[in-house]
Design a protein. Structure first.
Ligand code: C2E
Ligand code: MG
Ligand code: MG
Length: 433
């Protein structure tokens, strides 16, 4: 990772640069009873900057470095390793893993309490990774291990502290194989598109579908999006995947249209990284226009987390797509920041409730009341509401009682191959668009 130049913030606190930290760390460890490397990151720093200002963002960084480095009696050396990431070398004092974990969880909680009391519009989240360094151990590898630990909870909003485990390094190697496997699949036109139907619960008929990608790895096994999507996002390759999937869906809609079949919207997942690629959205629009399919037959799904990472750019692009008649869905609602602020900003047609959120809600009375009222409010505004991941009749019954009509989940179908989808949903339906 690139080192940030000595900025005003570091100077104010008189902190070493990352290079100095790497140099001094191994020597300091020898004097400690138990060296602990702590890697800390603010999860939604960009969002904080968008909601407040870059000056307040600077305040937050300064406060974080003071809190975890200079004012933390356990920290013997600390530095900023990236924009909103810090690394601390701390004295563990011989505590056990669980004692260290709860110590840092308490520290993180105190920090978050201070920040979120002062700034109420953006709930700040932290991720901390811990690694106990042994004397004489490769210091760079030890830093990586603290980082692996931190990254293992990057998708969690409930866990703030994690310890390094050897499996995390293994997972990282698995991730390293993703890029060549993906590039191969893309070049050989072997990206697989699955379609999962969305149903109206009241009429028990299909009202749309979502396109989900897959590809085979070098051992011939289908990779899970949970592994490859984050890797492709980080490496900047995700637009290649998303373009392939979207073109595929446009081609399918065109084919069905030519056959006189009834069309329904098919959604495709976009990543925030797609919006950084110049000309990406325009290229999709061109392809759709050349094919002549109706714009409403394509729906773009974006997660709340994706939107908040780069609010203004994404909102602008979505506004444009929405004005042209494309549909927009806010995916995984309830899994991320839960910021109602975002809802007011994006021109979404659909809010997709995350499976975890739905399950949590329907299993207790308070949750049900919240879900019911959220659905009511969303529908009153202008949104369609869909519940994801519905697996049983029981779950369906609860959700319908809360006012949700559109359902996507194994109860109806798993994501299907295009051939299976066509034989079940397209070739059986009557003609006419
Ligand atoms: P998502 O967009 O929220 O998609 C729904 C996920 O829930 C899919 O997982 C689907 O298979 C799964 N699912 C559907 N019904 C049920 C159910 O009843 N129970 C359970 N437990 N799960 C259910 P999948 O296909 O593994 O995809 C995971 C995520 O990866 C997607 O979540 C989406 O965010 C991302 N993704 C998948 N394909 C693409 C792609 O081509 N491009 C991008 N950018 N992201 C993709
Ligand atoms: Mg989705
Ligand atoms: Mg989802």
């Amino acid at each position: 990772m690139d080192e940030i130049k000595d900025s005003e913030i570091e100077k104010t606190l008189n902190l070493p640069t990352l290079a100095k930290f790497k140099q001094m760390g191994p020597k300091i460890i020898d004097d400690l009873k138990q060296g602990v490397l702590v890697s800390i990151n603010i999860k939604n720093f960009k969002y904080f900057n968008e909601v407040y200002s870059s000056e307040e963002g600077d305040w937050l960084l300064l406060f974080m470095m003071k809190f975890f480095i200079t004012d933390n009696p356990d920290c013997v050396l600390g530095t900023r390793s990236y924009i909103d990431h810090i690394l601390c070398l701390s004295e563990g004092g011989g505590l056990s893993e669980s004692e260290l974990k709860s110590k840092y969880a308490d520290l993180a909680e105190r920090f978050l309490h201070e920040v979120n009391r002062k700034y109420t519009r953006a709930r700040v989240h932290l991720e901390c990774g811990l690694y106990v360094v042994h004397k004489g151990e490769d210091f760079l590898k030890a830093q990586d291990n603290a980082r692996y630990a931190r990254r293992s909870i990057r998708n969690s909003y409930t866990t703030t502290v994690a310890f390094y485990r050897d499996e995390l390094r293994k997972k990282s190697l698995e991730e390293a194989a993703v890029i060549p496997d993906f590039t191969n699949a893309l070049e050989n036109h072997e990206i697989i598109v699955l379609l999962q139907p969305k149903y109206s619960a009241s009429s028990d008929t299909i009202v749309g579908a979502e396109a989900l990608s897959r590809f085979k790895n070098s051992q011939g096994r289908l990779e899970s999006p949970a592994i490859y999507v984050p890797v492709l996002e980080e490496s900047g390759l995700i637009p290649e995947l998303d373009r392939d999937v979207i073109f595929h869906v446009i081609d399918l809609q065109r084919k069905w249209m030519d056959m006189g079949k009834k069309l329904f919207p098919i959604s495709v997942n976009l990543s925030r990284v797609d919006f950084y690629e110049k000309g990406f959205i325009e290229e999709l629009e061109r392809y759709a226009d050349e094919s002549g399919i109706p714009h409403w037959s394509i729906e773009f799904e974006l997660t709340e987390t994706a939107v908040v990472e780069n609010l203004s750019t994404i909102v602008e692009a979505l506004e444009m797509l929405s004005q042209k008649g494309y549909r927009i869905a806010l995916d995984d609602f309830g899994a991320g920041y839960n910021s109602l602020y975002v809802l007011g900003k994006i021109p979404a047609n659909v809010i997709k409730f995350d499976r975890g959120f739905v399950l949590y809600s329907i299993h207790n009375e308070i949750g049900k009341t919240i879900l019911k009222n959220l659905i009511k409010t969303f529908r009153e505004i202008r949104f369609e509401v869909l519940c994801e991941g519905v697996e049983t009749e029981e779950e369906k019954k609860e959700i319908v009682a809360c006012g949700c009509d559109v359902i996507q989940g194994y109860l109806y179908d798993k994501p299907l191959s295009i051939a299976d989808f066509e034989s079940k949903y397209i070739f059986r339906t009557e003609k006419a668009i």
